[in-house]
Each structure stands twice: as C-alpha cells, then as structure tokens.
Design a protein around this ligand. Structure first.
Ligand code: SF4
Length: 332
C-alpha cells in the first residue's frame, strides 16, 4: 500500500488569552484539538464545519503558518513538525495555500506578472526571461491570457483574481495545496467554474488538496473524502458518498438536514439545533457537542468520545456508536 502524502496525528492548536497589566496568560482558546487523519496522493479531502470550528486554523497549522501546540505532521513520510524556518522554506515549494479572499492576498501595487513571478524568484529561478515564460504558461493553465500579465489585481473580477491566486500557488509545481474557502467570496456561477478548474488541475498535475469550506454543497462537489469539524474536533470522517447518504454523527445529520434537496419530491426533516456554538475559550466537558445534541446521554457530559471506525472507512466520534460496537463484540 502506498504511503499517504500527508499524515496528521494529534494536531492541536491553542491560542493563549493574555490579560492584566503584565499581560499574563489567563486562559486559552482551544481552536484545534487532537486531530488525526491522512491524505493520499491525488486525493481531495474536504473539511467542513461552521465558521469558528477550527478548520482554517487546521489548514494553517498543517503548513506551519501557525505553530501547532501539539501533535505531529508528516509530509511524504518526513516529520515536518519541528523543522526549522529555513528547512520549512524549502518545503513551501511543495505545500501551498489558496486563500478565501484573492484580492486581500494579492499585492494591489504589483502587476500579475510580478505577483506570480515572486515565488519563482524565491525558489531560485533567477532568469527573468524564464520567469516571464513560466508566468505566461501559468496564466494559460488557469484560463487567463498573456495580456493579463501587465495588469493589476483591481482590474480583474473576483473569479479572475482567484485564478491569479491559483496560478501563483501552482508556480513551483506543488504537491499539496490547502485551499481555505477558495470560492466562498464568489458568485454561484463563478464558483462552479473555479471548482471545475481545480478538479481539472488536480488531474493534470497530480495534485492533492485539502479543501476547507463551510458550504456543504461546495465540499460535496469537489471532495473524495470529507471530514466534519465541530468546535475544534473532527467528529466524522469518511468517503463523500457515505457521508452525504448516511451521515452518522448527530451534528453532521443536523448540518445536512439544512441543505435543500434538488429533488422536489424528497421532503427532508430539518433538525434544528438548540442554542449557539459554545466558546472555544470555554468548551463543554465530555463531548463538545453535548450542549446542543438531540441524542445526548449522561455519559456525553463527562466522557469525550474518540474518533472510531464504526463501518468500513467511516469514522465517527460519538458514544452512540461506541455502545453499538461494544454490544456487537459481546454477541460475537
Ligand atoms: Fe451527541 Fe453524545 Fe454523540 Fe456527542 S457523544 S454527538 S452528545 S450522542
């Protein structure tokens, strides 16, 4: 069996809350807690959840744009968690990021040629002519034209700006791209064009994506497998078809019940969750979803469920299924 391209084990990221005159630590925001998953080469892993669930922090921690508090990240079998900044710079070539707001991530005073050339120069392409040729090639790859090279970001539409962001991410032939809400700022019609382009690029260049989004339909469109996050925890992880046809975690079931069906004959029962998402600075004990879960039991208030394989390649963190597994093993 081939080794995964990326292996994340126990990834945790907490941010200190400082207070008082001396700026001492008075608490912490538990943004990401003990996440473990892997991503195979050529795969698109979607990570979905409401805003503030820790999905963007997860993406940035994987690329070490944020330093993880605990856990390990292996890329092509190499533990990159403790690599020094200089060694990480070498790896940045292979691990790229596409951001939600392409306008904010593109320098408004630089031409498109300069923006896309920059990573080429950083990673050693010293010939100006070579860089220019590569920029033109990249513009064509993402569906733009050579004359766009001399223009500035404000002269483009949102979709075109995201194409520029993608061209810049592709410049040094990366292997893994973390895409953080790459289409959420775009109109629906433009969203599908960008998603189709990304799938096409994955196939053409053998790319691997971690695709972070809050929109379940967008994630369904592009992903091979999907992980669902709630309050910094991975609560369900499986293949796309299994997740959308047979969601097992009560939170996933509630999220999916809110997505309108395309078939007018299918009447869905909407599961309305009570209350708000608790603060990650003061998360509930036990299962972090217990304050809103319609299925909560006494055990959920005290014991944290771990992500368990309840069916073939279908992982869920919920006591309901641990119970079912225990019963089964007793019968056997
Ligand atoms: Fe609900 Fe309990 Fe399962 Fe958490 S562990 S999702 S509270 S049933």
């Amino acid at each position: 069996m081939t080794k995964p391209l990326l292996e994340v084990d126990g990834l945790t990221k907490h941010f200190d809350i400082k207070g008082g005159v001396l700026g001492r630590k008075v608490g912490s925001i538990e943004a990401v807690n003990n996440l473990s998953f892997s991503v195979n080469k050529g795969e698109i892993l979607g990570i979905v959840g409401e805003s503030g669930c820790g999905k963007s922090t997860t993406g940035k921690s994987i690329l070490r744009l944020l330093e993880p508090t605990a856990g390990t990240i292996k890329f092509e079998g190499e533990d990159i968690t403790t690599l020094k900044a200089e060694e990480m710079r070498r790896l940045r070539k292979d691990m790229q990021m596409i951001f939600q707001d392409p306008y904010a991530s593109l320098n408004p005073r630089h031409t498109v040629e300069k923006i896309i050339s920059e990573p080429l120069l950083v990673h050693g392409m010293s010939s100006k002519e070579q860089r220019k040729n590569r920029v033109l090639e990249l513009l064509e790859t993402v569906g733009l034209s050579s004359y766009h090279a001399s223009r500035y970001p404000h002269q483009f539409s949102g979709g075109q700006r995201q194409r520029i962001g993608i061209a810049r991410a592709l410049a040094n032939h990366p292997k893994l791209i973390v895409c953080d809400e790459p289409v959420s700022a775009l109109d629906v019609s433009v969203q599908s064009q960008i998603l189709n382009l990304m799938v096409h690029l994955r196939d053409e260049f053998d790319l691997t994506y971690i695709f972070i989004a809050h929109d379940l339909s967008v994630v369904e469109h592009i992903s091979d497998r999907v992980g669902v996050m709630y309050l910094g925890h991975l609560v369900e992880l499986t293949e796309k078809e299994k997740l959308y046809e047979n969601p097992k975690h009560p939170y996933t079931q509630a999220l999916l019940s809110a997505v309108p069906s395309l078939d007018p004959d299918v009447k869905k029962k909407r599961i309305l969750l009570q209350g708000d998402v608790p603060s990650p600075a003061n998360p509930p004990t036990g299962c972090v979803f217990h304050t809103r879960c319609p299925m909560a039991m006494d055990v959920c208030k005290t014991a944290k469920p771990s992500l368990t394989e309840v069916e073939d390649r279908h992982f869920v963190a919920c006591h309901l299924y641990e119970q079912a597994i225990d019963d089964l093993s007793y019968i056997v």
